[in-house]
Design a protein around this ligand. Sequence first.
Ligand code: GLV
Ligand code: GLV
Length: 322
Amino acid sequence: MHKVFVTHQLPGERIHALCQQSDMNVWLGPGLLPGAALRKELSDADGVVCLLTDRIDRALLEMLPKLRFISSMSVGVDHIDLTAATERGIPVGHTPGVLVETTADTTFALLMAASRRVVEADRFIRQGHWTPDNAWSPDFFVGKDIAGATLGIVGLGAIGTAVAQRASGFGMQVLGWNRSPRDVPDVTRVSLEDLLARSDFVVITVALSDDTRNLINADRIALMKSDAVLVNTARGGIVDEEALASALAGRRLLAAGIDVFSREPAAQDNPLLTLPNVVLTPHIGSATAATRRRMADMAVDNALAALSGERMPHCANASVYD
Ligand code: GLV
Ligand code: GLV
């Protein structure tokens, strides 16, 4: 039987099929599998089912001559060296589609929380500041209107499109930018510079790749309206965090909602952590029980296909099959 290593206990039911059809080992924790342990566990594995926290780079792949497939329980595969995997003919499975609506919901939750200061207001009450002297006033926690505003979506993939649908319900005007031309109903395609200059809200839903690393840098942040709100539920590496933090601190941006960080877990000295006008969440875009089950099942299905020598149903480097 082929040896398969699973880097974390997974939800869902399909994992039982993988257990029956392979010699399967699962990391049981505590916590995440450390890099050195990943190397050791994979040394004699035919395949791996991993998470977005497991870095599989070229150096690691070179130490794993036996490895025949990688299946990640994530839609993003920036933690895996796709080029190196493709050169080796190793298919890399991922989980598109099933997390689209959930992640679009998270994006909207951050957009609304940041623009209406929900977390700041919650802290205000809990910290005992809501007193008779400070009970209400016309400018009490004023924020920014969503209805009728212009939303710019950076990356018109499935998640960006689902965000656009939500925005239509809020009566927003929607602008979109994508690396390759893609028409989405009710979205006006514009250049990235135009999108940044015209949008009241900018959401990042593009995949991280060499083309998009640091896409939202200091120069591009400077194009944004000073009362704009930025939301990132894609990958931290797309936004220059230092530049974003300094724009937010200097009120050259109104607020931000950030689910993803250049380094995760975010360090306590990350400048975003000290700003009151930022809502932070720890990479929970796809975090609902049902979606996480669907993602796990899809990751297992990709592994099962690879084990039986078939095409993975959802492969991020399908050119390995050419
Ligand atoms: C989450 O960030 C994913 O890539 O699935
Ligand atoms: C607010 O609660 C209002 O009544 O205007």
